[in-house]
Design a protein around this ligand. Sequence first.
Ligand code: ZN
Length: 419
Amino acid sequence: MTELPDFVSIREVGPRDGLQNEEPIPTDAKVRLLDALSRTGVQRIEAVSFVHPKAIPQMADADEVWQRAAKAEGVRYSALVPNTRGAQRALAAGFTEIEVVVSASDTHNRRNVNRSTEESLDDIAELIDLLHGAGARAEVIVATSFGCPYEGDVDPQRVAGIVDRVVRDGADRVAFGDTTGMGTPRRVRELVTAVRDRNAHIPVLLHFHNTRGTALANLLTAMELGITEFDASVGGLGGCPYAPGASGNLATEEAVHMLHDMGIDTGIDLDALIEAAEAEAAAAVAEIDETERAALQTALGAGGTGRGAAGAMRGAAGQLKDLEKRQKSRATRAQRDALDRALVDLAGFYRDALTMALRAPVAPVHTDTAALAEAGAQKWDAEGALRRLEAVLECRAAIEANVKPRIAVEAMMLALWKG
Ligand code: ZN
């Protein structure tokens, strides 16, 4: 077995790369996420990007987010910029580590910035000079390094050639992005070898996407090749831009879990990181949660009699179906997990409503009967539903016992709708 490193440096990219590929969230939530991450022991965070707000509305408040964030000592923060204007904003905001991007694939680069790879490399040479002149360090991120959504395979020699060029132009570091999630251990090996053969000393960072489930295998392969710097995103924040619904960034907590278990230190406190992931998930689901909870509380508020409870049952059942639909359409792991939790909560409400309907001795008997008949007319078999909910609550126990939430929730949905 090849020798593995003792320490791996993770750059947390959730606040920038992650949020940039999600529905916009409030400034407050961004600041909270950044601050929570700063307390995890992570040494590097990609904080924001300075891009045109019309192009990327998710980062329109970058200046404010950065200004309000509690910068932690010992954390290196970086910003991504697309051009001179962005670089000037990042420098004015006080960043000293700045990333610029070019796509290895010509077609991808043209679609993004309407320039060929070569033309973008000319721009980058000027940007590097500008950044160095202001005392900042420049990292060049090479996107689509492992495959292009338009051209397919990307030749590792082409990527290595781009590295030659940016090293000549003064880049301090290079990063390779698996934009499409096409990376596999074979591709990682070929790319790292091609780059290292020609530029043995330039610091290299790898950015994997888990679109096809290969991110951790790629991480392990890269470590075997001596790479010790990786990007990861808390909660897997950031979907795949080319496959709606598919996962994008490697989840930081999954990478950290694997590394720590292998005796490889990251400096990161996994519990604090999971707390940050949960805070992020809560923010992502806050809006859904609020409206749906309110509707449900109202429905339950009418309870206390068989009729009210039966109404609440139907209300909760509707909410569950709706949430299930949304859960399927949500892209990120964090959002899915948050919805999983909301589903479990709703199942609890639903159980209470059902119990109330079955046990409502205070209400006149005929009311109960009427309510249950009404429920029956809606194809609700209350006794059967309660039995199925017992199965749901067993699933809840499984979730609490740390079984993979997706599996538990799928079992729960099965129990509810097909049971
Ligand atoms: Zn990414």
